[in-house]
Design a protein around this ligand. Structure first.
Ligand code: SF4
Length: 363
């Protein structure tokens, strides 16, 4: 079996380790690029959301490299996500390639551990549980890496970018719980050594912090969001986030406290769940504003995403109530990079001005 799955930001490493631990060879396509998007767009329904197009492009590129078993996340999020694997299978069938698409339903841990994964990979549930435990640990590592990288970028952008490649190699190579813990210590050392720009240890704090919220794929796949965390870091802003594969896995195991907190907080603005991840977006935003005291919120989502468009209304109300500025950015294949950077710069200028005014009125 040559298994593949769509890229998922830094968490691709955790997913790859999971599939390899189940005994399969992993054949990933190249990291997403302009060609990936073009392939996806060419074979997708016109108005489908962007994650569908990019993940379809990923699958096609992996098949070109020899992958024959396609693992695609599936499940009901009361939105188009529930139909992704079905529509992608139809699109791939039209290409006339030989493959097997496995919809990886996530929302029943029991069925996942005892039925789905053992039947696809011909392994025992015990092996599945062991692979999940390692994936949980590794996804925590990728999440921590992202936190360290974002902090470092805000205080020393060039050094952060220099450290990124060796740090990612360390993450990729950690394939056991012991190795992951060793990599964690290595990352801590790496991002806090050299006597420069150690996050939180050397007195140089980033000037501004924003909370990044939005649809999960856009939050995690850095190509899809045009590396927004990097661009904000370049402007001296520390990006806080909560959405990650690790939190998603904990949520699927019913162990994610932040999920329950978000659901509770979001009810101030959304009485009903409008589908997708809107409740989480709103709940996280309230948490960032009230507990983390962020200077601003950046909300990212695919252009045609109905749940996030509803969340957008709630965030505007939150902004009015709290005085914390919100920048909402929708993405599709036509999103201009120049336009995005201009909007980020203008937003960061606004936050800086606001902070200066607040500072001088306190003195
Ligand atoms: S949450 Fe939005 S972007 Fe994501 S699958 Fe659902 S409709 Fe599409």
């Amino acid at each position: 079996m040559k298994a593949t799955f769509p890229h998922f930001g830094y968490d691709t490493y955790a997913l790859k380790t999971f599939v390899e631990d189940l005994g399969a060879e992993v054949v990933l396509g190249p990291p997403a690029s302009k060609r990936t998007v073009e392939l996806g767009v060419e074979h997708s329904p016109e108005l489908i959301c962007m994650p569908f197009k990019i993940t379809l492009g990923n699958l096609i590129e992996a098949m070109e490299q020899g992958a024959d078993t396609l693992l695609m996340a599936a499940g009901a999020r009361k939105c188009r996500f529930g139909y992704y694997h079905y529509l992608q299978e139809q699109a791939l069938a039209r290409l006339g390639m030989r493959y097997k698409l496995v919809p990886v339903a996530q929302y029943s841990p029991y069925a996942f551990v005892f039925q789905l994964i053992p039947s696809v990979f011909h392994v025992s549930p015990v092996r599945v549980v062991r692979a999940i435990a390692i994936m949980l640990e590794k996804s925590l590592l990728t999440q921590e890496f992202r936190v360290l990288l974002n902090r470092k970028r805000a205080v020393d952008f060039r050094e952060a970018e220099r450290l990124k490649k060796p740090a990612l190699e360390m993450v990729e190579q950690a394939r056991s719980v012991k190795a992951i813990r060793r990599a964690r210590r290595g990352l801590d050392r790496m991002f806090s050594c050299n006597g420069s720009a150690a996050p939180g240890h050397n007195g140089r704090k980033p000037g501004l912090a924003v909370g990044l919220v939005g649809e999960i794929y856009m939050m995690i796949e850095q190509f899809a969001n045009q590396e927004i965390e990097k661009e904000l870091g370049r402007l001296g802003v520390e990006v806080l986030f909560e959405r990650s594969l690790h939190h998603h896995l904990l949520h699927l195991l019913r162990l994610d406290r932040s999920y329950f907190r978000s659901q509770r907080l979001a009810r101030r603005y959304l009485r009903e769940c409008p589908g997708g991840e809107a409740m989480r977006t709103v709940g996280e935003s309230i948490h960032f504003v009230e507990r983390k005291k962020v200077d601003g919120l950046v909300h990212i989502f695919p252009f045609t995403c109905m749940p996030e468009n509803i969340a957008l209304e709630a965030l505007q109300q939150l902004s009015e109530d709290s005085g914390v500025p919100v920048l909402s950015l929708s993405f599709d294949e036509h999103t201009s990079r120049t336009g995005l950077l201009t909007r980020l710069e203008a937003f960061v200028d606004l936050l800086k001005r606001k902070k200066r005014v607040q500072g001088s009125s306190r003195n």
